[in-house]
Every structure is written in C-alpha cells, then in structure tokens.
Ligand binder design. Structure first.
Ligand SMILES: [Zn+2]
Length: 624
C-alpha cells in the first residue's frame, strides 16, 4: 500500500508496445530488463477441496543470480505475521523453454530458482479455506482471494507490471476487484506488486449495485458486490443505507478520495461459512460476516462505514511508519490509535448521522468505549501510542502461550475511539465552531491529498494549526495520547445530554467471568488487577469450592451469594489452585463498569443548549 501517483494508468498495452518496439530495434541484444513482466494464472479444478492451481511467470529476470520467489508473511492492513507459505505445495519451476529448474529453500518462505534463461515459470497448489480479509477461501460457492495469501512474488521484480488471468470456476460467475480491468473480463492488470497485493478478489455469483459520487471533474463509481443468500429487496435496502453512509463521509472531507481508475468497490460476503472481518484497501474493501442482511444489516453497515473511512484515514492519510508496507515481516506503527481508533470512533458516528442509529442506540455503543478507557487496568502499563506498537502481537496474531492482556492491553481500536470521542467533544466545548471533522479535513489537506505520509509530530502540529492553539495540542497529546490520562467523559458527554453512570450501581462484582462444567465452577479468564478475586489471590483456572457458607456447584450459586451482599462486605472463599485447596477472605467492591445513556431515558431534563450541542455533533453532514 504505497502512495501512488495521482494518475495511474493501465500499463499493459503501453508495455507491450514498448517491448515490441524495443525488440524490433534491439533484436537479440535486447536487455533482459526491457520486457520485464509478471503473469499470474489461477484456476480452481479442485475447489471443493479448497485448492487453487497457480502459475506465476516471471519474464525479463536478470541473468546470473537465482530468482528469489517468496510467499508474503503479512498482508496490508494486518500487522501480525500470517506465514502464507504454509498453504503452498506441489511447487515446481521451468524456464522459458519448459526445461525443469532446480529449486532450493533458504528459509520457510522462499524458493530460490537458479539456472533460468531469463524466464521462470513457477507453478504451485494453494490451499485456502478461510474467506475473510486476510486469508483465501476457495469452495464450491466462491473463490475469495486475499492476494498476499495467494500469489508468490519475486524479489527484484516489485516494480514490474503484472497481468492476472482468473480461470472462473463456474460459467456466469463474476469477478469483483480493484485490479485494472481489460477487454477480457477474466484478465486484469496491476501497475506493480504493491498494487497487486492490495487488490483482494472475489469470484462468485455475487449481486451488484452501483452508484456515482461527484469527484473533481468526473464522478467516481461506487460498486457494492455482495455475495449473500438473502433477497433482492434486502440488498436494495442495504445499498440505500450504504449510499447514505458514503455521502456522510464525503460530507466530512468535502470530497471523495481520487480513486485510482475511477472506481471504489465494496466486496462483501455475508454467508454462514465465512469468517467475520473487514479489511481496507486503496480502492476497495473486503467485508465478511456470518450475519445475513435480513437480521445483521446495521452491524454489517458498521463495518462498511469503518472500512470506507479508511479510504481516507490510513490508505491516503497514511502513517509514515507503514510506508511502504513490508510483506516480509510484521509491520509496526505507533499511530494505530489514530488510523484504527479514530476510524472506529467515526464508524458508528456516521450511522447516527445517516439516521440508521437512534441517539439511544448511539449512546449504548459509546458505553464500551468509555468504560474501557476509564476502567481497563492496561492504562497503568502503556499509552495509546504504546498500545499501537503491540499490534503485531494482537492483530489476529496466533500464539499458544497465554498472555496477561486483560490486564496490560487496551485495544488501540477502543482506546483510540475513546480518544477520538474525547477530542471531538473537547474541541466542540473549547473552540467555537471547531470539531474533529475539521481536524480530519486538515489532515486530509496537509497529508492525505498530497500523499505526504505523517508522523506523530505531524498529528500534533496539525491539531495546533486547526485550533490555533499549539499549547492545547501539546497538552492534549502529552496527557491523552503519549500519556495515559483520560478526559472527563462524564462532563463532556453531559454537554450533549448523554449520561455516564455505573451500569450496576451499588452492586458488588468479582472481576472475572466464571464457567461451570460437571459441577465445578472455574475462573474463566485472568482476574483483573484490583478486583475482588485478584486481591483474594485467585486466577484463571482456579476452582471455586465454597463462598460464604454456600458450597458451589453452579455459577448461579456464586451469583446468588454475591447478589445478597453489598460492596465493602467481606466473606470467606475456598478454592482449588493447581491442585491445592486454599482459603481466603473475599472483599467485595462495587462493580465499576460504566454505561452511557441519554438524559431522556434517565429521566433527566434535556436543556436547549444540550439539544443544540447534540444536533451539531450528530446531525447529517451529507451534501454540505
Ligand atoms: Zn480498521
């Protein structure tokens, strides 16, 4: 996901023309670099068993050194390692004359191919059975391809134009992708490797809706390709809501991004056999969910809203730390609290502004954000910037050893959304007529539109410029972004007539979920620092035998004892820990968890000023 020049054009014809001309003039002395090109062909003869047959032809390979072909270890928009080489087998290579070439393996991700004649044709079988934004899912319903999980590539050929031919598994299926179309509906191009890798592709009998949005000069086409098992009417209703969300987002920035090739494509799979995900790309997004449109439209729109906002925030307003994206390693950025977190703040906000959520529903959505920012123990360990740096360990990362993340980690999505909410409400309260929308637009003008990747210092500087108050920007960043403080959500949300209150006021809690199996009640997760179970010395896996005078056989037994007590009460607890029977004093505390509700539902008066503040914040901006 590098930043591309403003006008990227299909290269296939001009490349062929250039190569032909050079061939005529230079004959046999044609340097290898003159006709460098990469061709992929992918077919699905064994789709029911989740296999693709892939041939990659690298032409114009410099003579001498072996060609180093690799599978990616990471995928754009993901920050952990995913080791895509694990699903590749039957690898073989021939040269331009079809002669077999020897392959050596210097590491698990790489195939070195020596002795070629300037052309290497590599073939392999790919297994893929997970349709989402990171992996590849092939079956009898579709071929859903995330490109880093699918195509091997060659070092030294990263800037070479690419041609991809998809052999469709079934007649009548279509192809949805941000790759550049050609006259042949099965053949697409990419200007270089980074664009290819950024271009997930869905081949299936999907339904398509499209509309246009005004651009600078020519309008852009927005396509919504949805592979689902619902009705046409459900999809029409969904597309109408998607169109509203797109209009709200353009209203914030004042213009859509300059989509390459004039088109943005939502590629959605709403099917029982996909894995839920949403993954942004430069001119498209993957949206996968098991929620059908009939019952899951609003939740699915939340993801759609999130990913479309990324077309500005992360795809074009781009952290320098992710530039260029490195497919050979994990990618680390200290700015994910902004790139992901502010995007999370905005995704539901657009659903409210588009009239899809009510004030009450929007308030309920803020509960988790505010509660986490205020109560999560992780705040004692890391700042939002430092949480962002943890992404390679948490972003769909796989490990078998347990971690203490319940105590030490707060998702940069959630905390970042809380910072976004806090900054928006602070700006609206302190600076007349200045909002987070103005800040996002300023970042767009300073860094997104001119493709100038930003640093943390840029984020701070632009906030100072938007507010004309450098001291405010410095203070906000040092306390809430590089520091670990939280804003006063209760006071700020009260200005909009939103109430922050304890969700279970006056009721005690334990501080960890419990599970029961065959008459044994166990602590089901690490206990939270400072919570009653933690202080009493219990941790994950411990078996609760007796609480107060009550022998414990079910979770209900524990709940009944706790419900009859008050915060501050102390009672004995007996438990088994690593095979040892133990006894401790359990001192109950009030459940600290917070919720956000409207003043209306709390029976509090909503003043004229509150109504006006709320209107300015939550009203539609589409068409402004
Ligand atoms: Zn995101």
């Amino acid at each position: 996901m590098v930043n591309f020049p403003d006008h990227v054009r299909p290269l296939r014809l001009s490349l062929r023309l250039a190569a032909a001309c050079l061939a005529i003039f230079l004959g046999s002395v044609l340097p290898a670099t003159a006709q460098r090109r990469v061709d992929y062909e992918v077919a699905f003869p064994n789709a029911v068993h989740h296999e693709a047959e892939i041939t990659a032809t690298f032409a114009g390979v410099p003579a001498g050194a072996p060609l180093e072909v690799r599978m990616s270890r990471s995928s754009p928009g993901r920050y952990a390692l995913h080791e895509f080489a694990k699903n590749v087998y039957n690898v073989r290579a021939v040269d331009g004359q079809g002669r077999p070439l020897e392959i050596t393996r210097p590491n698990p991700h790489q195939w070195d191919i020596a002795g070629h004649d300037g052309t290497v044709r590599l073939s392999y079988t790919l297994f893929g059975d997970r349709a989402d934004g990171t992996y590849t899912g092939i079956d009898n319903t579709h071929a859903h391809l995330n490109i880093p999980a699918t195509f091997a590539w060659a070092r030294g050929m990263e800037t070479v134009p690419v041609v991809v031919t998809f052999r469709k598994p079934a007649a009548g299926w279509r192809i949805a992708t941000q790759l550049v179309p050609t006259a042949d509906s099965s053949v697409f191009t990419a200007p270089h490797l980074q664009y290819l890798m950024d271009s997930p592709t869905e081949i299936s009998p999907f339904a398509l809706r499209s509309w246009t949005v005004p651009g600078n000069g020519t309008p852009y086409t927005i396509r919504l390709a949805v592979h689902h098992d619902g009705t046409e009417a459900e999809l029409d209703a969904y597309a109408a809501m998607a169109q509203k969300i797109v209009a709200e987002q353009i209203g914030v920035f004042g213009e859509p991004p300059a989509f390459d090739y004039g088109t943005y494509t939502f590629i959605a799979d709403y099917l029982p056999h996909v894995a839920g995900d949403g993954m942004e790309h430069r001119n498209s997004t993957i949206l996968t969910s098991t929620r059908p449109l009939a019952t899951g439209a609003v939740a699915n729109l939340g993801t759609l809203s999130h990913e479309f906002f990324h077309a500005w925030n992360v795809e074009r307003i781009r952290p320098a730390s992710l530039e260029p994206f490195d497919f050979e390693r994990e990618n680390m950025s200290g700015e994910l609290w902004f790139a992901e977190g502010f995007t999370s703040y905005y995704d539901d906000l657009f659903l409210r502004r588009a009239g899809i959520l009510s004030d009450e529903e929007y308030a309920a959505g803020l509960s988790g954000v505010v509660n986490t920012a205020v109560n999560a123990p992780g705040r004692a360990f890391f700042s939002p910037v430092e949480m962002s740096l943890q992404a390679p360990f948490v972003d769909a990362a796989v490990s078998i050893d347990p971690q203490n993340r319940r105590n030490t980690f707060i998702s940069y999505y959630t905390w970042g959304a809380a910072v976004g909410l806090g900054l928006d409400l602070t700006l609206r309260s302190r600076f007349r007529g200045i909002t987070l929308d103005d800040y996002m637009r300023a970042m767009w003008v300073a860094h997104g539109k001119p493709a100038r990747p930003y640093t943390l210092a840029d984020l701070r500087r632009v906030l100072g410029e938007v507010t004309s108050d450098t001291a405010f920007a410095n203070d906000f960043f040092s306390r809430y972004i590089e520091g670990r403080e939280t804003v006063d959500y209760e006071a700020l949300l009260a200005r909009a007539g939103f109430l922050v209150r304890k969700a279970n006021a006056g009721r005690p809690w334990l501080g960890a979920p419990l599970a029961e199996q065959e008459g044994r009640v166990t602590v089901d997760a690490g206990t939270l620092i400072g919570s009653p179970l933690y202080v009493a010395g219990l941790d994950a896996g411990d078996v609760i035998l007796r609480i107060g005078d009550t022998p414990v056989a079910t979770v209900r037994d524990v709940e009944a004892v706790i419900a009859a007590r008050a915060p501050g009460d102390t009672l004995p607890i007996e438990f088994e820990q690593r095979g040892e029977r133990k006894r401790a004093e359990l001192k109950l505390t009030e459940d600290p968890r917070l919720e956000v509700v409207t003043y209306e539902s709390a029976g509090r008066p909503v003043t004229r000023q509150m109504r006006e503040f709320r209107r300015q914040w939550l009203a539609s901006r589409a068409g402004r």
